[in-house]
Design a binder for this molecule. Structure first.
Ligand code: HEM
Length: 380
């Protein structure tokens, strides 16, 4: 999508799409403003908070405005601080090694199915106190949620097809009930115990947390891993450098986040009339902030089409900005660092399986590969 983005940034930086009834925003400065100015650009897509159409994400953090947003977010920030997340490092490394053990002898794997998808799911499921063995189900739901964004449609308030929604809701209700009777040292138990102004969270709010963390947070990390491996393998000198010096990885991961952003776009509603790049946008309009375009804006980044691990500063918007800044960013960064280090260390001669064409996930929000078949020197 990147060449199209450039033309749009130059010729129509704020463009109304009649079919989707949404204002598309392509330049870095405008995207940054739309994401961070929460008074003007509301995240309550349906306008009426938890009321819209019963979608599982409707009452979740990502679809609420202050003051409720602040209250809900304060309940989970502690679990996701860099310090709290660092404590998960050893377990993440163990999971990465286990997954690689399974494939190492084979000399080939699908990076997505065999590594990049299971890793973040196992981590978050353990954090939440949900059986990681159910991960195939989570994947199905997550695929449904993503497939809904295929045609570039604005989410209509539901987080997926009705059937998957119902199934997901029922599953999480069961998990919540189990934790209610048998509380543990996990996130769901903590959310059940939490109170805001003397009141417990509503069931839709609890479900919203589960759906958001388990479905939305995983897919993105999977795609970060896939995009990173693809980007590295396209540049063999970079693989060598990263294999020799793991300290270079964090900067390389940041550049992947900018260069191939796993989340390409986010939605807002104009809470009042507003002007962006000269276009007058009436109150109530839907907006699409194109993160993927902002991260390639030559007004912000020198030579944006170059993958440059030494880029400083690298103020990409891949995790958003402002009050909705990605809660899982420290976790995603740590997972990427550990997973990619293990992969580069364990699999000498890592390469793309050349005979297969790479297919991208069909979505206007999610940017990643369906599969990424790899080979390496089989030493065993
Ligand atoms: C919010 C991207 C991983 C949980 C966001 C937002 C973006 C984003 C762009 C902002 C949404 C907005 O402004 O409306 C990503 C990317 C990831 C990633 C690119 C991986 C590379 C994760 C993980 C988790 C997570 C691992 C959970 C463990 C959340 C939550 C929010 C959020 C809960 C909502 C925060 C709020 O509304 O206050 N993410 N995310 N994300 N992300 Fe992530």
């Amino acid at each position: 999508p990147f060449p199209q983005y450039r033309r749009l940034r130059d010729e129509s930086p704020v463009l109304f799409d009649v079919q989707r009834e949404a204002w598309n925003v392509f330049r870095y400065d405008d995207v940054q403003r739309v994401l961070s100015d929460h008074r003007v650009f509301s995240s309550q897509l349906g306008g009426s908070g938890g009321q819209r159409q019963g979608g599982l994400f409707a009452s979740s953090l990502i679809s609420t405005d202050p003051p409720r947003h602040r209250q809900l977010r304060s309940l989970v920030t502690q679990a996701f601080t860099p310090r709290a997340v660092d404590a998960l490092g050893p377990r993440i490394a163990e999971i990465a090694e286990e997954l690689l053990d399974r494939s190492a002898g084979a000399g080939e794997m699908d990076l997505i199915d065999d590594f990049a998808y299971p890793l973040p799911v196992i981590v978050i499921a353990e954090l939440m106190g949900i059986p990681a063995v159910d991960r195939d189900r989570f994947r199905r739901w997550s695929d449904v949620v993503v497939s809904q964004t295929r045609a570039g449609g604005v989410p209509q308030g539901s987080g997926g097809h009705a059937e998957a929604q119902a199934e997901m809701g029922e599953y999480f209700l069961g998990m919540i009930e189990r934790r209610r009777t048998e509380p543990g040292d996990d996130l769901i138990s903590r959310l059940l115990a939490a109170q805001i102004e003397g009141e417990h969270l509503s069931v839709p709010e609890l479900l919203g947390f589960c759906a958001l963390l388990l479905v939305a947070g995983n897919e993105t990390t999977t795609n970060l891993l896939g995009n990173a491996v693809l980007t590295f393998l396209e540049r063999p000198h970079l693989v060598e450098r990263l294999q020799a010096d793991a300290d270079a990885l964090p900067a390389a991961v940041e550049e992947v986040l900018r260069f191939r952003s796993p989340v390409q776009s986010m939605y807002r509603i104009a809470a009042q009339d507003v002007t962006l790049s000269g276009e007058q946008i009436p109150a109530g309009s839907r907006l699409v902030a194109w993160i993927g375009s902002a991260n390639h804006d030559e007004r912000q980044f020198h030579d944006p089409e170059a993958f440059d691990v030494a880029r400083t500063p690298n103020r990409h918007l891949a995790f958003g900005q402002g009050i909705h800044f990605c809660l899982g960013a420290p976790l995603a960064r740590l997972e990427a660092r550990i997973a990619l280090t293990a992969l580069l260390k364990r699999l000498p001669g890592l390469a793309l399986q050349s005979q297969t064409a790479l297919e991208r996930i069909e979505s206007s929000i999610v940017f990643g590969l369906k599969h990424l078949p790899l080979t390496w020197e089989n030493l065993s």
